[in-house]
Design a protein around this ligand. Sequence first.
Ligand code: GLN
Length: 247
Amino acid sequence: MGSQRGLCIAHMYPELLNLYGDSGNVLVMRKRLTWRGLGCEVREFHVGDRPRLSGVDIVLIGGGSDREQRIVCDCLLKARRELVSFVQDGGVLLAVCGGYQLLGHSYLMGDEKVPGLSLVDLYTDRGSPRLVGNIVVQSRICAQPIVGFENHGGRTHLGAGVEPLGSVLFGYGNDGETGEEGCLYRNVVGTYVHGPLLPKNPGVADYLLGKALERRYADGALTPLDDGAELAANRRALEVGGAHRFG
Ligand code: GLN
């Protein structure tokens, strides 16, 4: 990136955690930075690498099947100290579905209670049936409702002091019962929303970029972009969700 203003994104285990195109979240963040004349470096970390987060502004952990999640869980636990200091220092972290579940104390995989990163006070057990379908969430972090797709057997339970990302308008969210979806903790966003999340939810993308710019440059101001196409896609997904709900 040299002397150009910009951000560095760490993409964790893209070969394993790319369910429903979660890697697209990195492309969106990169595009929204370059459209604004800002630089973007992407560092991929693969199984067997030791993730080094110095100089990193945003970490992305996508979702995966239980098999893939089991593999990355061991890798992530080895990087736990690095991730804890990153989060405590205000680093931005986006974790989707399987990645979101790994942020907590534990994840129940079959009969095995797999330890998580304990980065956020939450845990995940299982339920039947799987929670599958379109989802719409209202969140304080952006003006438009967050739209996307969820597919999980896990039921996530937030600790008393943990704020949800938002309220479910349509779909299931954390456990299909509380009406809560995802988590917000420091600059961590955890969510069950795949799709990928960011193309149809530009407000969420800018929330993450703004937080990261604020941390690095003490200025999180972002020039507005023409989000006509993104917002049209958001509205369409909302109509589809609403039609299923009310129609
Ligand atoms: N394996 C996890 C579950 O089923 C997460 C799946 C996902 O990332 N969509 O709950």
